[in-house]
Design a protein around this ligand. Structure first.
Ligand SMILES: [Zn+2]
Length: 564
């Protein structure tokens, strides 16, 4: 059984500084002891978000090749103002929950992905393979499960339940129900958290998820939306790990309806869990918060229990694990004013950034609110071009919307003659660059048809590999690519104007850790400090499953030492 874990928003810099602070009895220490730790796994793309990150991990392909160029797109058929929807939303599919398929609710699918995944290779080589993928997000579950998973299940916070899609199954597996969780989120180890966190529990800038609060203890009953509160707590990942064990157990019971296979599981098994509570907690409270430290400590303990449970079911030699992250994170702007939160900066707070290994910022940083930005850019467009003829495909005349990291034009704006088109681009670019949070605006039409070699990690090269091959070819992507200044970011709108985020081309967002543990196959206790391509993940996972890596990951480094 191969277990694939992705800790959403686990930056390489966080792992390097915080994993050594965790107890020897924890899950991270166990993987480090029994496996190899790559401290600096680097993505080759600029758009360091969840969908591009997960798709890159499970395919070995950069967004330009995979088609997964952002988390979200503008809903062209939606309300005026350009609502953002998941890139994986597929109106040809239906949401499926415990009561069955809901034809009136669009599901999510893998249709946007243009390349093969590790799970696809496994399914092709071994039609009897067992592939189960779990996440708090559709984009966290779907790429790991591939096109024909045994089950791919994710959380729908609006409906406060786990769901799948008719793209993958007609019904939800019986194990896909979260176990009960405590009524409050309290600190697991108050002394440890207060000794490590650089900011106070009541740090300014932390978000309140509908009444869930900004200080401990956080009471679920006080939150207006139980689903949103749950995913912003460590108990959401506990639920995923419990369901992963539930899936293993259900399948191992010969009488279970899900399988006619023997309990001896001679077929290859992949269980993928994308742990996103870490991401929601970072987005809401920032990575320096008491909440973030408690999340790390609780995740560490939860992983240790999960590994013990695997030992009990399969024996310590009966399972392998890989663990990585989809992207990193950065210090929250309000926390950035606390000198202790940025020990890599000198006292003046400006000059040390160049020498920081992870390119972390010094000096002031801020948030860019995408919906406010869209309003400003629409006003600029109308000043330059007028109100339009109202016949556009969308109800906005020129700017469909802003979906991090893109400004997305309407078809009418794309069809403008050269003079008016250039006037629009110039005015928008001037608006954007007037903001201190934005470093560069790149017109994606100007990107080369072939991106530079991957040894080139300039911002232009990283942006090139992050964008679609041609504008307008895919539904995803946009017209102007906005590059944030180091440490500034697009507000994730988890709690508007609060918390932290990611998405930039810099190493604090682009470098992640990876651990691989497979007794006898992957070296134990090894630490690799030099940068390694993100493709090591797909290659190593494929090797552990005994199949060839997806096309894009062939030739990548492999942590599995083949027995002679
Ligand atoms: Zn995130």
């Amino acid at each position: 059984v191969v277990v694939s874990l992705v800790v959403d928003q686990m930056a390489a810099w966080i792992a390097a500084e915080r994993w050594p602070e965790l107890p020897a009895t924890g899950g991270f220490a166990r993987l480090r002891r029994e496996g190899t730790w790559l401290r600096d796994v680097r993505y080759a793309h600029a758009v360091t978000d969840t969908a591009p990150g997960h798709s890159a991990l499970y395919t070995g392909a950069v967004p330009r090749a995979s088609g997964i160029v952002a988390n979200e797109v503008i809903d062209a058929g939606g309300a005026p103002g350009g609502a953002r929807v998941s890139l994986l939303r597929d109106p040809l599919t239906a949401m499926v929950d415990a009561t069955g398929a809901h034809r009136d609710v669009p599901g999510s699918s893998i249709a946007a992905l243009r390349v093969e995944t590790v799970a696809d290779r496994l399914r092709a080589a071994r039609p009897d393979a067992w592939v189960v993928s779990l996440s708090l997000k559709d984009r966290g579950a779907i790429f790991a499960g591939g096109r024909a998973p045994t089950a791919a299940v994710w959380f729908d916070p609006k409906r406060d339940r786990f769901v799948t899609s008719s793209a993958f199954a007609a019904s939800l597996p019986r194990w896909a129900a979260p176990p009960p969780h405590p009524a409050t989120w309290e600190l697991l180890d108050p002394a440890w958290v207060s000794a490590h966190a650089a900011t106070p529990d009541a740090q300014e800038g932390e978000g309140d998820v509908d009444g869930f609060g900004t200080i401990f203890p956080h009471a679920f009953a006080a939150a207006k939306s139980p689903g949103h509160a749950l995913r912003t707590s460590p108990f959401a990942d506990d639920a995923l790990l419990a369901m992963a064990l539930g899936a293993l157990d259900a399948d191992r019971t010969p009488s279970s309806s899900s399988s006619s296979r023997s309990a001896g599981r001679p077929y290859p098994s992949l269980i993928a869990v994308s742990l996103s509570a870490n991401d929601y907690i970072g987005h809401t409270f920032g990575p320096d918060s008491w909440e973030a430290w408690d999340e790390l400590r609780r995740l560490d303990a939860a992983l240790a229990r999960f590994f013990d449970a695997l030992d009990a079911r399969l024996g310590p030699a009966g399972w392998a694990a890989v663990l990585a992250a989809d992207h990193g994170t950065t210090t929250m702007p309000e926390a950035a004013r606390v000198p202790r939160a940025r020990p890599w900066c000198d006292g003046a707070g400006t000059s040390a950034a160049k020498s920081d290994r992870w390119q972390r910022a010094c000096g002031p940083v801020g948030r860019i609110l995408p919906d406010d930005l869209a309003v400003t850019l629409r006003a600029t467009a109308e000043r330059v071009l007028g109100k339009g003829d109202g016949k556009g495909e969308t109800r906005e005349p020129w700017i469909a919307g802003v979906a991090d990291p893109y400004v997305i034009f309407t078809d009418a704006a794309r069809a403008l003659d050269a003079t008016r088109g250039e006037a629009l681009r110039a005015a928008l670019t001037k608006d954007l660059l007037a903001r201190t949070e934005i470093a560069r605006v790149i017109d994606v039409r100007g990107l080369p048809p072939r991106c530079p070699e991957e040894s080139d990690d300039s911002v232009d090269a990283l942006v090139c590999r992050a964008t679609p091959v041609r504008v307008g070819e895919a539904a995803a992507g946009g017209d102007l690519y906005m590059v944030a200044r180091p440490g500034s970011f697009f507000d994730p709108s988890v709690v508007v104007g609060k918390g932290s985020s990611h998405g930039s081309p810099y190493l604090f967002d682009r470098a992640v850790p990876m651990l691989a543990r497979a007794p006898g196959l992957v070296e134990a206790g090894r630490v690799v400090d030099t940068p390694v391509s993100f493709r090591v993940f797909a290659r190593t996972l494929a090797s552990l499953l005994g199949v060839e890596a997806p096309g894009a990951a062939r030739g990548a480094p492999d942590l599995v030492r083949r027995p002679p």
